[in-house]
Design a protein around this ligand. Structure first.
Ligand code: SAH
Ligand code: SF4
Length: 386
């Protein structure tokens, strides 16, 4: 009979924020300053081999090699669009893969990262949502995206100075609903902000949510960063149909949570994302309703022309309709920008991130439901709103 030898699992240090690293070091009899040294080697320098951590005692390095590892997600595919936008497909185990996107601009570099394999929120207009939900990503897989991208990009550009960063902004706008995975997301956010890791300011780290009310309040308490809320409809009737989460957290509750968040937020406004879907939510009557809806809340709008994906059954708004909608908001004193479509030729735009998800939810019944909803919303948009 063969004997089964179980090897104890190594601790992946990418799962630990600075507090976690201190606790880990304490558990093996090492002082807190060792945790700081480790954090700097891992996150500031991007080193994963303990032997290269030359200011750590040899015995400590040997112990680390025995019980710990530094392992980011594995890159499966790496593509660059004609506009410089770069997308990576990352292995998330068990047949799942998630995506992250780097968007270079003149004076900043933004990394858009994923927080879940798939998404359970089932928004009608979203390719990730269409695939269903598989699992939450771990902290190591979330901060591992920034760790991988920052150090790969530095290497590509020949940057050796650890104070020179390529990524200046991080947005949690990839696959998944970040606030449904707060336990893993918060330590990752803390590392993004930590001076011994990435040292980003709270204003340059943005969490985007479909509007989970309790979790917005929780984020305000434990790690307030910039908040973007996906609004996408000016009334509950339409939002219920295109974002099922609205049936549980209607607009008035989401807006009240935004107001509470402002007391803790690093910015004095909330960003609202608003997809422009042709004939669904893009009329001037709907713009007017939106203005009334947010009149008591300091906010900015980011209009995102709908990015199509196979079998979405929806269309992007016409350019002139997007401009007219934006003008109506601007005229009412609301700052409003129209998001440029980036990385279109590699499907790296908002809501196009698909990865490969082994769905564990009822995909076929959801597909049938989608078809019914699409018929209903086109009827809704034809009815006069006022
Ligand atoms: N789950 C979070 C964050 C990920 S989605 C959220 O929903 O906010 C990031 C943004 O992309 C959201 O505003 C989302 O509504 C938008 N989005 C989803 N599908 C899209 C599509 N097909 N075209 C344009 N934007 C899309
Ligand atoms: Fe999930 Fe956001 Fe897509 Fe909705 S838009 S399905 S919340 S990822």
């Amino acid at each position: 009979m063969s004997e089964t030898v179980s090897t104890p699992q190594k601790t992946n240090l990418l799962n630990l924020d600075s507090e976690g690293l201190k606790a880990f070091c304490a558990s093996i009899g090492e002082k807190p300053f060792r945790a700081v040294q480790l954090e700097r080697w891992i996150h500031r320098k991007g080193v994963s081999d303990f032997d290269q951590m030359t200011n750590l005692a040899k015995s400590f390095r040997a112990k680390l090699a025995e019980i710990a590892e530094i392992k980011g997600p594995e890159v499966i595919k790496d593509s660059t669009a004609s506009d410089g936008t770069r997308k990576w497909l990352l292995d998330a185990g068990e047949g799942n893969a998630v995506e992250m996107v780097f968007i270079p601009e003149e004076n900043r570099g933004t990394l858009c990262i994923s927080t879940q394999a798939g998404c359970a929120m089932n928004c009608l207009f979203c390719s990730t949502g269409k695939q269903g939900f598989s699992r939450n990503l771990k902290t190591s897989e979330i901060i591992g995206q920034l760790w991988t991208a920052e150090h790969l990009l530095r290497k590509d550009r020949g940057i050796t100075d650890e104070n020179e960063r390529v990524i200046s902004n991080v947005v949690l706008m990839g696959m998944g609903e970040p606030l449904q995975n707060l336990n893993a997301v918060v330590p990752a956010l803390k590392l993004m902000l930590d001076d011994n890791a990435y040292g980003l300011s709270r204003r340059r780290v943005t969490v985007s949510t479909s509007g989970l009310v309790k979790q917005i309040d929780k984020l305000a308490q434990i790690c307030p960063v910039a908040l973007a809320v996906s609004l996408h409809a000016p009334n509950n009737e339409l939002r219920d149909k295109i974002m099922p989460v609205n049936r549980k957290h209607p607009l008035e509750d989401v807006l009240a949570a935004c107001k509470r968040y402002l007391k803790y937020a690093p910015r004095d406004f909330i960003t609202f994302e608003y997809i422009m879907i042709g004939g669904v939510n893009d009329s001037l009557a709907q713009a007017k309703q939106l203005i009334t809806l947010v009149q008591d809340l300091p906010c900015k709008f980011n209009l995102i022309p709908f990015n199509p994906f196979p079998d979405s059954g929806l269309q992007r708004s016409k350019e002139e309709d997007v401009k007219a909608f934006a003008k109506r908001l601007n005229d009412a004193g609301i700052v409003c920008t129209i998001r440029k479509v980036r990385g279109d030729d590699i499907s790296a735009a908002c809501g196009q991130l698909a990865g490969e998800i082994k769905d564990r939810t009822k995909l076929s019944s959801r597909r049938a439901e989608r078809e019914i909803v699409i018929k209903e919303i086109s009827r809704l948009s034809q009815a006069p709103l006022e």
